[in-house]
Ligand binder design. Structure first.
Ligand SMILES: [Zn+2]
Length: 244
């Protein structure tokens, strides 16, 4: 964020309005982000209510779109925030790039690994923009969670993970579910880090993977992988490492 912009004049794209996206959106609104673009193509279900805490039984009974129900809940509490619901499935990095191009930040918290790579690629494509957005890519399963900060320079999500996991593995993760408090914690922490990046403040997530496990938060520094596409975007090829 340039010095002429404030959090109130900033916009953030939230991808996924489930277990991570709900606390992330709340954290952004509470911090004073001026515009939130909420993206999700799911409707509220009863099974969501224990960890997606801004949805109600009436939302589930009416099968309301999550983005609409979340926008309503946030608007009641934070009337100053501009909320933009996008109730459709995002398709690939070009789709995501078009949404993020006019924004300052991106928080990816969906349960679709392909969207995490699309978020990474959209941020990479915008590194040459006049004001490139920053992003945090988050995930959680069971009692574990993690989030990665991707800036306008340095390592990207693909430096960590070369490609999405096989579909069977993804399906297995969805069946495993997420412990409610872990989702709340990871979503809120990820958003807090994004806010610090937007404000130009130092944060541990910058170029690093934060891992939450058994109530403990570990930081793993990530440097540019030798064979990652982002390396070509680096002004200097220093600090490269083989993928783990
Ligand atoms: Zn990379």
């Amino acid at each position: 964020m340039t010095s002429t912009r404030t959090l109130a004049s900033s916009s953030v794209v939230i991808v996924g309005c489930g277990g991570l996206g709900v606390p992330a959106a709340w954290t952004c609104a509470a911090a004073g982000v001026g515009r939130l673009i909420l993206c999700d193509d799911d409707a509220v279900e009863v099974s969501n209510l224990h960890r997606q805490v801004l949805y109600s039984e009436s939302d589930a009974a009416a099968s309301r779109a999550k983005v609409v129900a979340l926008a309503d809940a946030l608007q009641r509490r934070f009337p100053h925030v501009e909320l933009v619901p996008v109730a459709r499935r995002l398709v690939g990095s070009d789709d995501l790039r078009a949404l993020v191009a006019g924004a300052d930040g991106l928080l990816e918290g969906s349960d679709d690994p392909c969207l995490k790579f699309a978020a990474c690629d959209a941020l990479l494509a915008l590194r040459g923009a006049e004001r490139p957005p920053v992003g945090v890519i988050a995930a959680a399963i069971g009692r574990r969670g993690q989030y990665f900060g991707q800036l306008a320079t340095g390592a990207c999500f693909r430096c960590l993970f070369e490609a999405p996991p096989p579909a069977a593995a993804v399906a297995g993760c969805r069946v495993a579910g997420i412990l409610g408090p872990v989702a709340l914690e990871v979503g809120a922490f990820a958003a807090r880090s994004l806010i610090r990046l937007l404000k130009g403040q130092p944060d541990a997530v910058a170029g690093a993977l934060m891992r939450l496990q058994s109530g403990r938060l570990d930081r793993v520094a990530v440097t540019v992988a030798a064979d990652c596409p982002c390396r070509a975007l680096e002004p200097r090829h220093s600090g490269v490492h083989p993928r783990p």
